[in-house]
Design a protein around this ligand. Structure first.
Ligand code: HEM
Length: 206
C-alpha cells in the first residue's frame, strides 16, 4: 500500500518505489502476473470472489481437509469496458450493481476447492492445481439491497478468524495479521462520527 501510494508531486505512484517493492517481494510480482492474466469483470454481479487464504474443514470423525472457496457468479462473465474505468464517478460499480439487483436476484455458487496433501496452505499467492475436486456447496442470492445507513453492514467486523464449528484456520500466516488489522480498523471506524451513508435508501429503491 505504501509503495503504491500516489506521490503528492505527480498524483501517481512512484514507479521506482513499486519496482523496489516487487524486486524485494518476488512472490507478489508472480501473483500480480496471475491477476493480470485475467481481465477484470464489468461489475460485482459477474465477478468471482476468491478466499485466497486456505482454511481447514473438519468432519465429525475429526479428519481435517484443506479447503479454499470461491463465489462463482451465475451471471455470465463480461470484461470491463475501458469506458467504465474512465468514468470519473467513483460510485459507478455500486450504481451498476443496484440497477442489476433491481432487475432480479443476483446469484453466486459457493464452490469449495478440496486441497490435496502437499497443496500450499501457507501461501495465498500460490494457486492450487486446476484439477482439484470442486464441491458445489450452495447458492448465495442477493434479492434486495439496503443502504448502509441503518448499520446493516457498517458495524460488522469481517475478521476471517471468526469461524463456525467445523472450520478452522490453516497455517496461512496472513490470517492472523488480517484478524488483528480488521480489529484495529473496526475499532477506529466504531469511534468515528457516523456520517450519512454514501448510498442512500432512495438510491437502492426500485
Ligand atoms: C486473502 C486476502 C484478503 C481477502 C480475501 C480480504 C478480504 C476483505 C474483505 C471482504 C473485506 C471487507 C470489505 C468491505 O467492507 O466490504 C476486507 C476489509 C479489510 N481488509 Fe482485507 N482481505 C485480504 C487481505 C488483507 C490483508 C493482508 C490486509 C492487511 C494486512 C487487509 C486489510 C483489510 C482492512 C484494514 C479492511 C477493513 C476492515 C474494516 O474496517 O472492517 N486485508 N478485506
Amino acid at each position: 500500500m505504501l509503495a503504491g501510494k500516489p506521490d503528492p508531486a505527480t498524483g501517481k505512484p512512484d514507479p521506482n518505489k513499486l519496482k523496489a517493492f516487487f524486486a524485494a517481494h518476488p512472490e507478489s510480482a508472480k501473483a500480480l502476473t496471475i491477476i493480470k492474466s485475467k481481465p477484470f469483470s464489468s461489475g460485482f454481479d459477474n465477478s468471482t470472489f476468491n478466499s485466497l487464504n486456505s482454511f481447514r474443514f473438519i468432519n465429525a470423525a475429526g479428519t481435517s481437509t484443506a479447503v479454499r472457496w470461491s463465489f462463482v457468479p451465475l451471471d455470465a462473465f463480461k470484461p470491463e469496458d475501458p469506458a467504465q474505468s474512465a468514468n470519473t464517478d467513483k460510485n459507478y460499480l455500486f450504481d451498476d450493481f443496484i440497477a442489476r439487483a433491481n432487475s432480479g436476484p443476483v446469484q453466486w455458487r459457493l464452490v469449495l476447492t478440496v486441497g490435496q496433501p502437499g497443496d500450499p496452505t501457507d501461501d495465498a499467492t500460490l494457486p492450487w492445481p486446476e484439477d482439484r475436486e470442486h464441491v458445489d456447496a450452495g447458492t448465495l442470492t442477493i434479492d434486495g439491497i439496503e443502504a448502509e445507513a441503518p448499520g446493516n453492514c457498517r458495524d460488522i467486523n469481517f475478521d476471517p478468524l471468526v469461524l463456525p464449528v467445523g472450520i478452522a484456520p490453516s497455517d496461512d500466516p496472513l490470517l492472523s495479521p488480517r484478524s488483528a488489522v480488521y480489529s484495529q480498523s473496526f475499532t477506529r471506524r466504531a469511534g468515528e462520527k457516523k456520517e450519512p451513508s454514501a448510498i442512500t435508501p432512495s438510491e437502492v429503491q426500485k
